[in-house]
Design a protein. Structure first.
Length: 199
């Protein structure tokens, strides 16, 4: 599938509750990650739409599941960022319930792009999300973001360590280095997303 379909992304709907989700048909790819992992920036870079997903200097502002329409039956999904300390516990629990319900009950979900900081990959919260995906047999593609902050040798070591971790799990998980700033890994990430969107 051509990457051109990603450039068609346009805001479709935001859902704060499960009953607000759009009809569960077609194919969706969701983006997930900690509030400061660069999720919105990655969505914008991969779709080549600079203002598609809202970025903020205040992590944790996205409190809803946001859907972007590509065509009649294909969507990208921006899941609420997690792990930001200033978010009240009650709100954090509400987000977790919403995201878990979406990940484990959405038939049209074909894959999740997990953004995890290459300097601190696979936090406890990242692993919880991977566990939900595993329970629902949803494949995960991890982008080790901000890899430009690491020297080349460090980046390679981080990727190798993550791959060794992956070998010891039963999750359908693939990995790559990613830098939105340097535009490194963008084409590979777009390839993965488009592969999941293919019928």
């Amino acid at each position: 599938m051509s990457h051109d379909i990603l450039r068609r992304a346009a805001f479709y709907r935001a859902a704060a509750r499960v009953d607000q989700l759009p009809a569960d048909r077609g194919r969706e790819v969701a983006f997930a990650g900690r509030s400061n992992a660069g999720k919105s920036t990655a969505i914008n870079v991969i779709t080549k739409r600079n203002a598609l997903a809202r970025t903020s200097k205040t992590p944790g502002r996205t409190q809803q599941i946001v859907f972007f329409r590509l065509d009649e039956d294909k969507r990208l999904v921006d899941l609420p960022g997690y792990g930001y300390a200033r978010v009240p516990d009650e709100v954090r629990r509400s987000w977790a319930k919403l995201v878990e319900s979406y990940l484990t009950g959405r038939r049209s979900l074909k894959g999740v792009v997990l953004l995890t900081d290459a300097r601190r990959p696979f936090t406890e919260l990242d692993l919880a999300l991977v566990g939900w995906c595993a329970a629902a047999a949803v494949p995960v593609h991890a982008l080790l973001t901000k890899s430009d902050k690491l020297k080349r040798g460090q980046a390679a070591q981080t990727l190798a360590k993550a791959q060794r971790f992956n070998e010891n799990t039963d999750v359908n998980l693939t990995l790559q280095l990613f830098s939105a700033l340097k535009r490194e890994g963008v084409e590979a990430a777009a390839d993965k997303v488009c592969g999941w969107l293919e019928d």
